[in-house]
Design a protein around this ligand. Structure first.
Ligand SMILES: [Zn+2]
Ligand SMILES: [Zn+2]
Length: 589
């Protein structure tokens, strides 16, 4: 096959390229070479004929003739993501999507994406499978979640994305990194004689050797398409879920004379998880060969052969964050923000959430008080409680239940005194555009979200008319998840978006950007178009439990890619202005 590797000159790419070549593939590379000179030994193989482009600017014409794109390019580690979340989002997410969309347009069938187990975040110590809920705890992990979701939306008969969720890598590479745990501990032990743990060593970490990651890419590339189409795989070996202290002991054993010690003021480490890698075993011809102990011993030999100095531990040569900081000082990564508007909406602008269920909804898991506390913990000024209306197929709340909830909300709000609670509901837009309950009752809510939950397969004209009818209702403030897509399971309804946008703008109805990773609806390109019609957006996490409130970040990131500024989002409005907006056509307000 003719294969393009984006990120061929990084830590994994430098090991993967020779492997692909040895397997008979023709390989080209695409890389900014941010880590030029960060070499151990010879450095990566040079690839002739590389398109000299930033993947954030790649055009379909530059990708003609390839059979597959392997996307490894990323600003890749957790502290780096915190150093500059914008650059991380720009390179990891915008760049990946640009490359994927261009690849699809160029007719390339296969797209392998280097994802990460870090998208499971604080998932805990039981092995997580690929369909586990995703709770990333870093900007880096967030970009991986969003990239997978958006790539999944591109999947069709002609385009097959696959997501390789790599465990934490270790092992020697011509483009070495020392900012990952195994490599770091080994290098420190060799230069200082100390194996020093900054935590108590108890967190679990899934590990995988860089050569085994490369094998997984090769096997997935060569696998029958139906096996890997739109599929995620945890990449690692079951036996290499280890505790950090086990790694430390392996390093001490491998590096003669080194001594193991623990810091006494060890801070908490949120990244604690084990992964279940059994699905990867369904990929034919794949055998992962490297144990962690073998990786440590290999590193020891490589460092002895090529030399390692104390300065390498903190300097730019092998520490990605130091290298990127240097490049940023020279303005080279600020290309990351090239062409972007200066003041896109950010999470800090968001004062509250307009889409939140409690256990009054059949699929809600937590009582009102728990959801409100979770919102206060996020520093929100307000929270809208929007349980399902009674016409939901699964069973929604009755009028009496909602009235009782309203009394509870008012009492809670008065008792707490630090958050405004808006009483709302998520109504069901019927097949004919009518809503749950009667108009007088609807008029009594602070805020109403109206969503289509059934008959999404209606013809365009009918489905659009339903949504427009909901916009025209004087008490409906937000159209929830406007296209109805469920990522990976249900295509969007056939909605005439321009007609919907006109109606929303005309009637003072906001359109939701739903932050649930299952929805991301509206999507980025739809958001961009919405702004041309002057539509206001409403960000909602569509929470069904307290942990989901954090999905607000995905609404923000999706809208940001649609060029949204804070003034185009009702979540940013001060309370007086927000009340004016929500009053809409309600009587007496
Ligand atoms: Zn809904
Ligand atoms: Zn909902």
């Amino acid at each position: 096959m003719r294969v393009l590797v984006a990120g061929d000159r990084g830590y994994i790419g430098a090991v993967l390229v020779p492997l692909l070549r040895a397997a008979g593939h023709e390989v080209h590379g695409l890389d900014l070479d941010l880590y030029e000179g960060c070499d151990l030994g010879e450095g990566p193989e040079d690839i002739a004929g590389r398109p000299p482009v930033d993947m954030r600017e790649v055009e379909p014409g530059q990708l003609a003739g390839y059979d597959a794109v392997l996307c490894l390019a990323a600003l890749s580690n957790d502290p780096l993501g915190h150093l500059n979340p914008d650059a991380t989002h720009s390179v990891n997410l915008d760049g990946t999507l640009r490359l994927a969309r261009a690849a699809k347009q160029a007719g390339i069938e296969r797209f392998l994406f280097a994802s990460s187990c870090s998208l499971y975040g604080a998932a805990g110590s039981s092995g997580v499978t690929e369909d586990a809920e995703l709770f990333p705890v870093t900007p880096y992990g967030e970009t991986k979640v969003l990239a997978e979701r958006e790539l999944s939306l591109l999947a069709d008969d002609n385009f097959s994305p696959t997501y390789l969720r790599n465990a934490t890598a270790h092992g020697a590479s011509p483009r070495l990194r020392l900012d990952i745990v195994v490599n770091n501990l080994t290098a420190v032990a060799m230069t200082t004689g100390q194996v020093r743990l900054e935590s108590d060593g108890s967190p679990w970490r899934p590990l995988v050797h860089v050569a085994d990651i490369s094998r997984a890419f090769l096997a997935t590339l060569e696998a029958p398409r139906e096996l890997v189409h739109d599929e995620a795989f945890n990449v690692g070996r079951p036996e290499d879920n280890v505790q950090v202290r086990d790694i430390a002991e392996m390093v001490r054993d491998a590096v003669p004379g080194s001594v193991l010690s623990f810091a006494d003021d060890a801070g908490p480490d949120l990244r604690n998880y084990r992964v279940d890698c059994s699905k990867l075993e369904t990929v034919p011809g794949l055998e992962l060969r490297w144990s962690v102990r073998d990786g440590v011993e290999e590193l020891y030999r490589a460092f002895k052969e090529h030399g390692l100095e104390a300065g390498d531990l903190t300097g730019a040569r092998f520490q990605r964050i130091a290298q990127i900081r240097q490049l940023m000082d020279r303005g080279e990564v600020d290309a990351a923000r090239r062409g972007r508007l200066p003041a896109l909406v950010a999470l800090e602008d968001v004062g509250g959430d307009f889409h939140c269920h409690t256990d009054l909804s059949p699929d809600g898991t937590a009582p009102l008080e728990v959801m409100v506390d979770a919102a206060r913990a996020r520093g929100y000024r307000f929270l809208a409680i929007t349980d399902h209306g009674e016409r939901l197929g699964l069973g929604g709340a009755s009028r009496d239940q909602l009235l009782a909830q309203r009394a509870r909300i008012r009492a809670l709000e008065a008792r707490l005194g630090d958050i405004t609670l808006l009483h709302g509901a998520e109504l069901n837009i019927g097949g004919d555009g009518t809503l749950d309950y009667d108009d007088e009752f609807l008029d009594s809510f602070d805020v109403l979200v109206a969503s289509v939950h059934d008959r999404l397969d209606q013809p365009r004209e009918q489905l659009t008319a339903r949504l427009i009818a909901a916009c025209e209702h004087p008490a409906v403030n937000v159209i929830g998840h406007p296209t109805g897509r469920r990522i990976g399971s249900r295509a969007a309804g056939d909605v005439d978006l321009e007609a919907l946008y006109q109606a929303a703008a005309r009637t003072g109805t906001a359109l939701e950007v739903n932050g649930s990773p299952h929805r991301l609806d509206l999507g980025d390109e739809q958001v961009r178009l919405a702004h041309q019609f002057g539509v206001m957006l409403s960000f909602g996490s569509d929470s069904h439990g307290p942990g989901h409130l954090a999905n607000m970040r995905f609404a923000v990131a999706t809208a940001g890619r649609g060029w949204t500024t804070p003034d185009q989002v009702i979540n940013t409005l001060p309370m007086g202005k927000l009340r004016d907006f929500l009053a809409k056509g309600r009587k007496g307000r």
